[in-house]
Design a protein around this ligand. Sequence first.
Ligand SMILES: C[S@@+](CC[C@H](N)C(=O)[O-])C[C@H]1O[C@@H](n2cnc3c(N)ncnc32)[C@H](O)[C@@H]1O
Length: 248
Amino acid sequence: MDRHELSALAHADHPIASPVSEGTVGRLLERAVRRPDAHLLDLGCGSGTWLLRALEAHPGATAEGVDISDAGFGRTRAAAADLGIADRLELSRQDVTEFRSGRKADVVLSVGSAYAFGEVLPALDAARRHLADDGVVLFGDCFWEAEPSAALRAELEDGPQKYADLATTIAAITDHGWTPVYGHVSTLEEWDEYEWCWTGSLARWALDNPDHPDHEQALRASNAHREGWLNGYRGVLGFVVLLLRRTD
Ligand SMILES: C[S@@+](CC[C@H](N)C(=O)[O-])C[C@H]1O[C@@H](n2cnc3c(N)ncnc32)[C@H](O)[C@@H]1O
């Protein structure tokens, strides 16, 4: 199976692909959605669960999600149909760097997806292009909660994106013309729940499907992920979600 199919299995128990609880998601969305007919756009929406939660809570809202993988869309579309809100949710498989829309959004989400644009500031620039004048951005990304070892830094900063401590991360965003009007830093409990769900649902699938040709791959991936987490970034990598408005 490819990494998107593997990720969809790993997110069976925790469809939000970020270390935030359902309570946190609800609270952040409550602050972000400020008008009954709000339109939301999620750049790198994963399964689209943030949007599903927003539409459940706001019967007049509409939402569009874009992701390079549609591996999680089926489950979310089925949930939206069950809830009678499928007509307000559009999920598209597309590279966000190529995504263009004729419609401005009142809320643009980019949670855990900044790396699609290389790093934080280009991701925020992209969000801004889609944002209504008085809109808000719900932006989530990692930061270093504690100083990482050189090996861990090399492992997690192997792409264009580099992390900083929380204060430095937020200073870069404010210097770029954004003001946080709310925020949430993931707790260790939220991280642990996320990682146990990730590794656990994948391991459970592998053990439940011993005859599947991919079961060994899934079990190896679960074990490697758990070891990387427990021996590496647990308590060192942080995650923050900011509700941002333009300063100007
Ligand atoms: C950590 S997940 C976060 C998903 C979602 N925002 C959430 O919090 O549940 C990052 C997502 O970004 C998507 N992604 C990465 N690069 C992308 C690209 N170039 N275009 C669209 N989506 C991309 C991945 O497929 C993945 O679903």
